[in-house]
Design a protein around this ligand. Sequence first.
Ligand code: DAH
Length: 343
Amino acid sequence: MNTIPLDSILNDAKNLLAETSSLAALEDWYLRYFSRERGELNLLTREIPKLPPAERKPFGQEVNRIKSVLQEHFDARKRELESVELSKKLLRERIDVTMPGRAIAPGHLHPLTRVLDEVIAVFAKLGYNVAEGPEVEDDWHNFTALNTPEDHPAREMQDTFYVETGAGARLLRTHTSPVQIRTMEQNQPPIRIIAPGRVYRRDTVTNRHYPIFHQIEGLVVDSRTNFADLKGTLTLAMQEIFGKDRKIRFRPSFFPFTEPSAEYDIQCICRGEGCRLCSRTGWLEIGGCGMVDPSVLQAVGYDPEQVQGFAFGLGAERIALLKYDIPDIRLIWENDLRFLRQF
Ligand code: DAH
């Protein structure tokens, strides 16, 4: 008769299994009983050959029964512990959806970008296309084709940085007017474009001058265009941008590439009272304009007897000053966030 207490082994194993409180402890329990090498149940199997022959079979059967009972208990316990651990994990990783999120500070467009976008939108409504040209320009497009030959005194007013001098001179463009020439060289009338872009000029920095600034050039060429069209177009555009209450005036002026020429002013941010920005005149000049000079049309191969045109150039920073009541152009370039946040 063997003396191995199978019943108490089964009971102990069940009790220990019930006490396991984690999947790690369960794993230890499993190894203790089921490990191939040292598992208690396998050790029992190894006892069989030592038993009297008559007892071997019932003992083996009993061991197998215990094995399958414990395997079932083990599987059940495993499911239990897994679900406990899962709920613990879910609890641990719970997301509090009521917690306020981290706000992303919304940025916004720079006042100058807004002005450029708005001016483009106004002229787009009038049927203008946007054209562009290089910031490093050659002498022909920046001056000569615009009726400003080499020794012309008007060049002096637009001194700039020359990248190359001499015959193939190249320079930082002093205005967006060269885009007129480039457009006419590549297209036939009718033409209706605006050309926004950056321009450079040797200039003393003041509250309304800066050596880098932006212009928006406009050019219309057609079989019949006249000064009234020019005046009407600019007046309409300025009213769209500044509102109808803001006063506009045209003053006779001179540009080599237009005849007749004018400059136009917008009532200053002081609304005519007189302030530092307008040097107490009550007005701020924002651009030049005029009827395209016949020699410019000839320079691009157009026949001045067949087509006429008008052109204008707007200072974008000046528009921003006037539109947003900014008293000094330097504020636009300093990029101080305390200033920019106000827009
Ligand atoms: N390009 C001129 C300047 O920068 C402005 C200007 C005057 C542009 C008359 C024009 C124009 O298109 O017709 O001073």
